[in-house]
Design a protein around this ligand. Structure first.
Ligand SMILES: [Zn+2]
Length: 233
């Protein structure tokens, strides 16, 4: 891997960000991943989820995140202590995920209807995944949540549904990375990667990358302080 600088602090961390999208069944079938990797508090939370498909999604997202962290740091998947803290109320057990004792490593996860995504990187990071068929909206609601000009532009494009969805996952990723508010001007460029179309732009200090995973019919976005590499499971 290239790019990025050395990460400060006593622990070596990833130099660039890594993001993975997978289906829930793919993750649950992975030989290195097992529910036993979860912390007791995570298993208690899983036990409280009534809907089996949603429980599987939550489990898969947490396992995928462990796999990402293991790949990015070289640590075994059962090493990192995944924790969550809510920026709203300050309580643990929900809200923004982080790795206990590794402040230099940012983590994020997402799940939606049989799809999961996870990302790890140096510093702030956010990831979001949605089924490609999902249509956020209606537009008047989106206008309250997203920058007006961006919504208007996406809604007026010939492919309004997919354009609004891309806007949505980018906003979610940015929110999870801790950056809220106006997106500012976007220098949006697109290129084709191995997973399909991607668009990358820098917004403030965060780079925003969105891509379409055609085999899984997923649209995802990552917001990161550094270059993001999209990897497979
Ligand atoms: Zn809270």
């Amino acid at each position: 891997m290239t790019g990025g600088g050395p990460v400060g602090g006593p622990e070596p961390g990833p130099e660039t960000a890594l993001a993975v999208v997978a289906t829930t069944p793919e993750v649950l079938a992975h030989p290195d991943l097992d529910e036993a990797l979860l912390a007791p508090w995570e298993r208690r939370r899983l036990a409280g989820i009534r809907l089996p498909s949603r429980r599987d999604d939550v489990l898969a997202a947490r396992l995928l995140l462990r796999l990402c962290v293991a790949r990015a740091t070289g640590l075994p998947p059962d090493t990192p202590a995944l924790a969550q803290r809510c920026p709203g109320c300050g309580e643990h057990g929900h809200g923004r995920p982080y790795l206990r004792g590794r402040p230099g490593v940012g983590v994020s996860l997402s799940h939606a209807d049989g799809l999961v995504a996870a990302a790890v990187g140096p510093g702030a990071i956010g990831v979001d995944v949605e089924p490609a068929t999902r249509r956020p909206g209606p537009v008047h609601v989106l206008r309250r949540l997203l920058p007006d000009a961006d919504v208007a532009e996406a809604a007026a494009s010939p492919d309004a549904g997919p354009a609004l969805l891309r806007l949505w996952v980018r906003a979610e990723a940015r929110l999870k990375a801790g950056q809220v508010g106006e997106s500012g001007h976007t220098s949006h460029t697109s290129h084709t990667g191995h997973t399909g179309q991607t668009g990358q732009s820098a917004q403030g200090e965060l780079r925003l990358l969105d891509w379409t995973d055609r085999p899984r019919s997923a649209v995802a976005a990552a917001a990161s302080a550094t270059r993001v590499t999209i990897a497979s499971l």
